[in-house]
Design a binder for this molecule. Structure first.
Ligand SMILES: Nc1ncnc2c1ncn2[C@@H]1O[C@H](COP(=O)(O)OP(=O)(O)OP(=O)(O)O)[C@@H](O)[C@H]1O
Ligand SMILES: [Mg+2]
Length: 379
């Protein structure tokens, strides 16, 4: 059965009735010999959602995306897209748009021919192809560049051609694996905006793999943090940042001071008291019952120094280890006096602020509501 007969007979995933696709994983896993590239995973991605997947190298991000794309066949489980099991569909029948790090444009074709390629494969009438190509190029702001060849474009422009080509046939689902990995920071930021704008115009569901936590937090409605072939936590960027469930999530998304604690006791006001190992007692926000907290976690922007720390309900003597000026803020590493525990504080920098010096003593603290207790898991 060829591609066009499949289109005619409705065996392809249809993109009529414009809305993004719903993707459902049920117990999907992938083994490469003894390697658990993806542990059994169940997950639902909503129509029109921008869903990002982040995690360290080798954690299974590309495997998960490859299973949806059809490049990787799962060892177990089912994947449904809009209620239809897609596991038996070969990649080219899934009708998803795909953009990868090496955008793989056809070098001998012009920009317009590159973008037209998926439509020519689908044997659309010439006039319709021309119209859709124009629209797709306008959407990525490349109008007028249709006659150039990829090598006559900048990296960012080439990546836009890849986007236009992935989106030209209005897919319900766009899969992207590190699509901006090859671009420099400024261009990346520009393209992040572009992709978001573009997704709005298209209404597609996007599943987006990146190493870059800032990119993921900026772009995603929800994100999944993967570790060792499993999703460790899923939520909105804000949920994951403010309520990480594990030390791994807390330190992967943003920065955190993470200190081991013991002797956790509930207090009458709903907060808890705990002892930092080898150090003082502290207060922190309560943890949901049934969980066994082993670590304290404080975000650097919630760490207070000097007089401000003195006002907080947790405050201790600290010693400055180093101070680094970064754009807009100063990042201090401090040692909790009498211990080996290190804390990180980020303080907005103003022109009149004098940086503290290594070895300097300073009061350090935090409000207990801004300190989290986390379950143990190494990180
Ligand atoms: N074809 C393969 N054969 C054997 N092992 C594989 C294969 N593809 C991936 N793996 C292994 O599966 C695990 C997950 O790989 P995957 O490519 O999904 O990681 P990733 O999170 O995308 O990493 P990166 O950020 O480096 O791209 C790794 O341990 C990897 O070595
Ligand atoms: Mg990968």
């Amino acid at each position: 059965m060829n591609f066009h007969a499949n289109v005619r007979e409705g065996r392809l995933l249809s993109n009529r009735g414009r809305h993004g696709a719903i993707v459902e994983f049920d117990g999907v896993s992938k083994l490469y010999g003894p390697v658990q590239a993806l542990r059994p995973t169940s997950l639902r991605i909503e129509a029109g959602e921008f869903f990002a997947i982040i995690g360290p190298s080798g954690s299974g991000k590309s495997t998960l995306l490859g299973i949806i794309a059809g490049f990787v066949s799962p060892t177990s489980g089912s994947i449904e897209v809009d209620g239809k099991d897609i596991v038996s569909f070969p990649p080219y029948h899934r009708n998803f748009g795909m953009v990868f790090q090496n955008y793989a444009l056809f070098p001998h074709m012009t920009v317009a021919q590159n973008v037209a390629f998926p439509l020519r494969m689908r044997k659309l009438p010439k006039a319709e192809i021309a119209e859709k190509v124009d629209r797709a190029l306008a959407m990525v702001r490349l109008d007028g560049l249709g006659d150039r060849r990829p090598m006559e474009l900048s990296g960012g422009q080439q990546q836009r051609v890849a986007l236009a080509r992935a989106a030209v046939y209005d897919p319900l689902l766009l899969l992207m694996d590190e699509p901006l990995g090859a671009l420099d920071k400024n261009l990346r930021e520009e393209m992040q905006e572009e992709i978001k704008r573009f997704q709005h115009a298209l209404g597609a569901t996007v599943i987006y793999v990146t190493h870059d936590q800032h990119e993921a937090a900026y772009m995603a409605d929800r994100l999944a943090i993967m570790r060792g072939g499993a999703i460790e936590q899923i939520g909105s960027p804000r949920e994951l940042y403010e309520s990480p469930q594990t030390t791994f999530v807390a330190s992967f998304l943003g920065e955190a001071s993470i200190l081991p604690v013991s002797h956790v006791t509930p207090l009458a006001d709903g907060s808890v008291e705990a002892t930092i190992e080898g150090g003082p007692k502290i207060r922190a926000a309560a943890l949901s019952p049934g969980r066994a907290p082993r670590f304290l976690c404080v975000r650097p922007e919630n760490m207070l120094l000097g007089a401000e720390a003195g006002q907080a309900d947790n405050s201790f003597d600290g010693i400055v280890d180093d101070a680094v000026f970064t754009t807009g803020s100063v990042r201090y590493r401090l040692r909790l006096a009498g211990t080996d525990h290190m804390l990180t504080a980020r303080i907005p920098s103003r022109p009149d602020v004098v940086l503290m010096q290594p070895g300097q003593a300073v009061r350090v603290g935090w409000h207990h509501r801004e300190a989290l207790l986390l379950e143990g898991r190494d990180a």
